[in-house]
Design a protein around this ligand. Structure first.
Ligand SMILES: *[C@@H]1O[C@H](CO)[C@@H](O)[C@H](O)[C@H]1NC(C)=O
Ligand SMILES: *[C@@H]1O[C@H](CO)[C@@H](O)[C@H](O)[C@H]1NC(C)=O
Ligand SMILES: *[C@@H]1O[C@H](CO)[C@@H](O)[C@H](O)[C@H]1NC(C)=O
Ligand SMILES: *[C@@H]1O[C@H](CO)[C@@H](O)[C@H](O)[C@H]1NC(C)=O
Ligand SMILES: *[C@@H]1O[C@H](CO)[C@@H](O)[C@H](O)[C@H]1NC(C)=O
Ligand SMILES: *[C@@H]1O[C@H](CO)[C@@H](O)[C@H](O)[C@H]1NC(C)=O
Ligand SMILES: *[C@@H]1O[C@H](CO)[C@@H](O)[C@H](O)[C@H]1NC(C)=O
Ligand SMILES: *[C@@H]1O[C@H](CO)[C@@H](O)[C@H](O)[C@H]1NC(C)=O
Length: 476
């Protein structure tokens, strides 16, 4: 997930929280709510960063961390352990006593990591529930079919847990549902046809499960903006029915499945498409000329298919990330529409048949570059100039080319953590600056001299002319 998306999720949650906050009133909370929350706390066995410290008997539960009330009744429980709170988690299970919160409309248990066990049946006796976010925990078992009883649900997220089995058809009864997020579980079987009933969905996330069968016909989901189906075992072609999601769809991910056939010609209808991921399938043929009309595309990943030339020229104003690696392209040079992008941060063109001098890659803007992968091409010359301009580069991969330059002249951005120059014609000494990297591979070049002190293994340095010192043999 991109930073952008992570920010959005955070802002959306915060907004929901704010909307709820203004309804807080002074009156002390209802005794049932208080005892329900204390039972919830009792089922939490570890809380190392004291997320629940304010949850104390004898105090007004409406003032407790994460609690929102309306007319002295708890309407929302919002607990999270975000990435910027390292070491924060809750371990334990969800107490069935949660059902004492009769007026609950939002249950948010976000990124708490170690909440495990099943979802208690009693949750389904809370008919006012509209927002259920149980994301990134360790909840397990089948997805209870009783979710179909919560017909007021507006958002349901069980993403990032350990749910198994099939997606229950009963979810088709949730006709108010706007977001359904089930990604990152262990779900299998086909997607039930009943999902087609959820015509108000704007977000459907089923990625990173073990779902099988054809990509479903989602043509009834006319409001869909975000459709994530990557990392499953969907097979067959990209269905024609996808075209009916144009022009609204913003994100479509179908990567890491088992899709075959050609890329259909309808993508130019997707005037709002921002992200398209078709990577790691078995797609064949050419990329349709109509891709030229994807003028808003920011993230395009077609890597690891069996696609062939010619690759169309895109009229996109600014691509942010592009991955065409490991197809059967012979691009020759890096396309102009890529070099001219003012906002690109990730360029991956490994094994794309590039036959060029590194010096001829002159990106219009280098400020945002984080990742460059040009491995397995026939690139000659030196990346010294490029790496001198890419101030915030994190990773440069250029293995398996004909790069020929003095390694000691290479300037390392402070942010650089990965450098792969293996199987090139690099000469000179290994500079001590490599010690800042987390990953290094300069094997099979023409390097010489004593190695600086690093923790890299010998395989990072083997196959050079006369390198010596730990982890290789002692210098003579
Ligand atoms: C939390 O989960 C991690 C990863 O599964 C595990 O190693 C750790 O022991 C758990 N901690 C507690 C207190 O449950
Ligand atoms: C769910 O609804 C069904 C009928 O639609 C009902 O029989 C069942 O008792 C309900 N379950 C719960 C937990 O309320
Ligand atoms: C889906 O909608 C159809 C009719 O549109 C209905 O017959 C069916 O029961 C619904 N499925 C579910 C699971 O609600
Ligand atoms: C993809 O399909 C092939 C045969 O069509 C099958 O052997 C393979 O297991 C499938 N891979 C996945 C990840 O589903
Ligand atoms: C998809 O389903 C819709 C309605 O359910 C139907 O009209 C349409 O023909 C289907 N499309 C394809 C390509 O199967
Ligand atoms: C792009 O769209 C325009 C108008 O929408 C159309 O005339 C043109 O043929 C399209 N180009 C391609 C390559 O599909
Ligand atoms: C690297 O950039 C600096 C200025 O930012 C410049 O002075 C220097 O000559 C450049 N070095 C190379 C090898 O291009
Ligand atoms: C370094 O690169 C070589 C050749 O590309 C490869 O065989 C080896 O596994 C790599 N070693 C490391 C540590 O990445």
């Amino acid at each position: 997930m991109s930073h952008k998306r992570r920010m959005c999720a955070l802002i959306c949650y915060s907004l929901l929280l704010l909307l709820n906050l203004h309804t807080v009133v002074a009156a002390a909370c209802h005794a049932d709510d208080q005892s329900g929350l204390l039972a919830f706390k009792a089922a939490i066995k570890h809380d190392p960063t004291k997320i629940l410290a304010t949850w104390k008997p004898g105090t007004d539960c409406c003032t407790w961390n994460g609690i929102t009330c309306r007319d002295a009744r708890v309407t929302s429980v919002y607990l999270s352990a975000p990435e910027d709170a390292p070491g924060a988690y809750l371990a334990g299970h969800i107490s069935p006593a949660i059902s004492k919160l009769r007026f609950l409309d939002g249950l948010y248990l976000l990124d708490l990591k170690n909440i495990s066990g099943r979802i208690p049946d009693s949750l389904f006796t809370l008919p006012d529930l509209q927002f259920v976010y149980l994301e990134n925990n360790k909840l397990s078992g089948l997805i209870p079919f009783e979710f179909g009883n919560l017909t007021k649900l507006y958002s349901l997220s069980l993403a990032g847990n350990r749910f198994v089995g099939r997606i229950p058809s009963s979810l088709g009864a949730l006709t108010q549902l706007n977001q359904l997020k089930l990604g990152g579980n262990l779900l299998n079987g086909p997607v039930p046809a009943a999902i087609g009933n959820l015509t108000t969905l704007t977000y459907l996330g089923l990625q990173n499960n073990m779902l099988i069968g054809r990509v479903p016909n989602f043509s009834t989901l006319k409001n869909l903006l975000f459709l994530y189906l990557s990392g499953n075992s969907f097979s067959g072609p990209i269905p024609a029915s996808i075209a009916s999601l144009a022009p609204k769809l913003v994100d479509l991910t179908l990567g890491r499945n088992n899709l075959t056939g050609r890329i259909p010609d309808f993508f130019s209808k997707f005037k709002s498409l921002d992200t398209l991921d078709l990577s790691s399938n078995r797609l064949t043929g050419t990329v349709p000329k109509s891709f030229a009309n994807l003028t808003k595309i920011f993230n395009l990943d077609l890597s690891r298919n069996l696609l062939v030339d010619p690759f169309p020229s895109l009229f996109v104003k600014g691509i942010e990330s592009l991955d065409l690696s490991y197809n059967r392209f012979n691009l020759g040079t890096i396309p102009k529409w890529v070099q001219s992008s003012p906002i690109i941060y990730s360029l991956k063109l490994a094994r794309c048949g590039l036959r060029m001098r590194m010096e001829d890659f002159k990106p219009a803007e280098t400020y945002f570059y984080d990742y460059i992968d040009l491995s397995e091409n026939e690139i000659t010359g030196s990346p010294v100039q490029l790496l001198n301009q890419t101030e915030y580069l994190v990773s440069f991969r250029g293995s398996g080319n004909k790069l020929k330059f003095d390694f000691e002249k290479l300037r390392f951005a402070k942010t650089l953590t990965e450098l792969d120059l293996s199987r090139n014609l690099v000469y000179g000494k290994v500079p001590s600056a490599v010690a800042q990297l987390k990953k290094l591979n300069v094997s099979y070049n023409h390097l010489c001299g004593k190695l600086p002190t690093t923790s890299f293994s010998a395989s990072a340095f083997v196959g050079n002319d006369c390198l010596c010192g730990s982890p290789l043999g002692a210098c003579r």
